[in-house]
Ligand binder design. Structure first.
Ligand SMILES: NC(=O)c1ccc[n+]([C@@H]2O[C@H](COP(=O)([O-])OP(=O)(O)OC[C@H]3O[C@@H](n4cnc5c(N)ncnc54)[C@H](OP(=O)(O)O)[C@@H]3O)[C@@H](O)[C@H]2O)c1
Length: 345
């Protein structure tokens, strides 16, 4: 197959850098890769495999000869630019929340609803879900197929990289400040994050939940099944990379923890690490840099009919963002739903 011309918007950011690394790692068929960011990053160098790319400004770039735009530059940029880029026949795979709930934009996790990607041609935009939703639905889908999920109760433990590179710097600076007795100044986060945790991600909604919690509810329904009831509490924790989730699931039909473990062992994208001994489970530190959605601590919940508990951990910059976006591009390429534009287009 001849290659696709791919633009990465937000190439200097946490997710953008990961996208460039994963494109190279997975040998996605590219004819050319272009790194784009804001005008203040013109000329800044970023790595693509063993090559170095110089960033160009999004605002000056002509997308008419580009096939795929992997976008990770925040909601405002995505809102403004995705329709313009799509109108030039370049498919935008966007990581922000700007387009996720648009009925004409598929919201895709390839292990769960790859078929939905086919409808990209309505707007030439495909949305990537929120990082916490992506890893959750990878674990829920195979269980839902077997025993039909009624209700999910989830508490998240989300790393600071989910809030961008400045947030990672803030955890680092504050941790250092605590050790040298400097004043600790919250900037990006509403309270101190070093040696602390914050039960608040994104803005508050009228019902007292946060937008991050609402996203998990709405996105799970759109990707997996609108009948699933889900309630979430999303918490930021002083971890650099990987989100963890304590998940309680109630099913329509009987499903034991042992059966769930066997199903998850075979499920695409899942890796079960579940020994009932000290260290026989995954932690965020170990999941960082990995592609799998790890599942541990699978056990029966005796307080409800047909319930289990589990611990789900994944690298939020990879499965939660960059990897999922590139898996979507792979679906388009492998299934022949997108062909490279003729050169000179
Ligand atoms: N981090 C995660 O786990 C995660 C997961 C899912 C989704 N997302 C989403 O992915 C997006 C990026 O997240 P991130 O963590 O990579 O953020 P980040 O580290 O703060 O990076 C932001 C990137 O956007 C670029 N950018 C900002 N304004 C721009 C503009 N006007 N034109 C072009 N580029 C612009 C920045 O370029 P400059 O360096 O030039 O400013 C930078 O490359 C967000 O929408 C976020 O919600 C993140």
């Amino acid at each position: 197959m001849s290659g696709f011309k791919v633009a990465v918007v937000g190439a200097t950011g946490n997710v953008g850098r990961e996208m460039l690394a994963i494109l190279a790692e997975r040998r996605f068929p590219v004819s050319e890769v272009v790194a784009l960011a804001s005008s203040q990053s013109i000329g800044r160098e970023v790595s693509f495999g063993d090559k170095t790319l110089k960033c160009k400004a999004l605002e000056n770039y002509d997308f008419s000869g580009t096939d795929i735009c992997l976008m990770s530059a925040g909601g405002a940029v995505a809102k403004e630019w995705s329709p313009r880029i799509g109108a030039q026949g370049c498919v935008v795979i966007d990581n922000s929340s700007a387009w996720r709930m648009d009925p004409d934009v598929p919201l895709v996790v390839p292990e769960v609803n790859a078929e939905a990607a086919k409808t990209f041609s309505r707007k030439y935009i495909i949305a990537n879900p929120n990082c916490s939703t992506a890893q959750l639905v990878v674990a829920l889908k195979p269980l839902h197929e077997r025993a039909r999920i009624k209700r999910v109760v989830v508490a998240t433990y989300q790393s600071v990289s989910g809030a961008g590179k400045e947030a990672m710097d803030e955890l680092f600076q504050q941790t250092r400040a605590v050790f040298v007795s400097d004043p600790v100044e919250p900037k990006k986060f509403p309270k101190r994050i070093a040696f602390n945790l914050i039960p608040h991600i994104d803005v508050f909604m009228d019902d007292g939940s946060t937008k991050e919690e609402w996203k998990m509810v709405a996105e799970t329904k759109k990707i997996l099944d609108p009948r699933i009831k889900l309630t979430a509490t999303c918490v930021r924790v002083p971890v650099f990379i990987s989100h963890s989730e304590a998940v309680n699931v109630e099913f329509e039909s009987p499903l034991s923890a042992d059966e769930a473990r066997e199903i998850l062992r075979e499920a695409p994208g899942c890796l079960v690490i579940d020994r009932r001994e000290p260290g026989g489970y995954i932690t965020p530190h170990e999941a960082a840099g990995e592609d799998a959605t790890y599942i541990s601590r699978i056990r029966d919940d005796p307080t409800v009919d047909n319930g289990i508990n589990m611990w789900v951990v994944s690298d939020n910059l990879r499965k939660g963002a960059a990897l999922n976006a590139i898996q979507i591009a792979e679906v388009l390429a492998d299934r022949g739903w997108l062909k490279p534009k003729p050169t000179g287009a």
